[in-house]
Design a protein around this ligand. Structure first.
Ligand code: ATP
Length: 311
């Protein structure tokens, strides 16, 4: 369990984390989402004592990280996969970490097997691809068989097989009753891996709820309608100035600013036949975009193609 209360970190005039209060519970995978610079990594670093809060507190399993006698047995963290001695082999890197906690060679072998590193365990970590480096970071996080895992972008650089492996690993660890806290910018992966989400923006918690609730809360943005009378239906629908209609195919319209029953009623009143009518499913990505719309600091300028109005 991770508990943050009023957690705040300032770097000079810059407030990276601004009074965050949240609890990450055991038995679930909790995703930590937010735009670039929202304060996710800073928060994770404070959880494991790599950064000191300006104010507020954060505890792991009821204690500050530094107060645990064997921190690796409490919390396993992957914060920066590149933070390895590049001249050391993967196995020596893990053995060196294990030695600080009296963890035996057998456990090192176990995590090497678990993370698929066996064929390259004798190679210098400096020669590793991004994906192998991530696996080594995950192996190190698992060394102490910790109750709590904190992983910053664990699937960054992994191939599809690796992404699937991380998903199963994390879900399995949560099913054993462990606390799993991870950040990722990959929304589809987060939707498949996490049960619960903490969404942050500009250093503050914007949402803290189950994934299903966050998606359900998002406004359904559009209705898709299939009709042989697309032009006539578009004409009658847009008599309402709040309704916008886009043509998706010759017989398919996407309607915003309305609902399926309202579209059906307008079509019925005009005597137009419908062949299909459904809300456009909201994805976690849509929900996330809506939630963080005001919290994005580093927004890209629209490209020419997008600015040209092609939709
Ligand atoms: N050591 C530091 N010194 C000064 N400013 C910092 C430091 N570390 C982070 N910051 C600033 O704090 C803010 C939060 O950064 P942080 O890396 O925690 O965000 P993040 O949510 O992890 O972003 P990303 O998704 O890009 O990894 C940023 O504006 C960043 O520039």
């Amino acid at each position: 369990m991770i508990e943050a209360t009023g957690l705040t970190k300032r770097y000079g005039a810059r407030t990276a984390v601004d009074g965050m209060t949240f609890t990450v519970r055991p038995g679930t995978v909790t995703g930590f989402l937010g735009p670039n610079g929202a304060g996710k990594s800073t928060t994770m670093r404070m959880v494991v004592g790599l950064d000191r809060p300006t104010s507020g507190t954060v505890t792991v399993n009821g204690k500050h990280y530094a107060r645990h006698r064997a921190p690796l047995g409490e919390v396993g963290a992957l914060l920066d996969a590149k933070a390895v001695h590049s001249g050391r082999s993967a196995r020596s890197h893990l053995l060196a970490q294990a030695a600080t906690h009296g963890i035996g060679r057998r456990r090192v072998d176990e995590v090497v097997e678990m993370t698929g590193l066996a064929p390259v365990a004798g190679k210098r970590a400096g020669t590793f691809s991004l994906g192998m480096g991530q696996r080594l970071g995950i192996a190190a996080a698992l060394l102490g068989d910790p109750q709590t895992l904190i992983l910053d972008e664990p699937v960054n650089g992994l191939d599809p097989e690796g992404v699937l492996w991380v998903r199963h690993l994390l879900r399995g660890l949560a099913a054993e009753g462990r606390t799993v806290f991870l950040s990722s910018h990959l929304m589809t992966e987060m939707a498949l891996t996490a049960d619960h989400l903490i969404v942050v923006g500009r250093g503050r918690v914007i949402a803290d709820a189950p994934v299903s609730e966050i998606v359900a809360r998002a406004q359904t943005t559009a209705v898709q309608v299939r009709t042989p009378s697309a032009a006539q239906l578009a004409a009658v629908l847009t008599r309402d100035p709040g309704v916008v209609v886009a043509s998706v195919a010759h017989d398919v319209l996407e309607v915003t600013g309305s609902t399926p029953p309202a579209v059906a009623a307008v079509a019925a009143a005009a005597g137009l036949v419908l062949h299909g009518l459904a809300p456009v499913e909201t994805s976690l990505e849509d929900a996330y975009m809506q939630l963080t719309a005001d919290a994005v600091e580093y927004r890209s300028a629209p490209s020419h193609a997008a600015a040209g109005g092609r939709r």
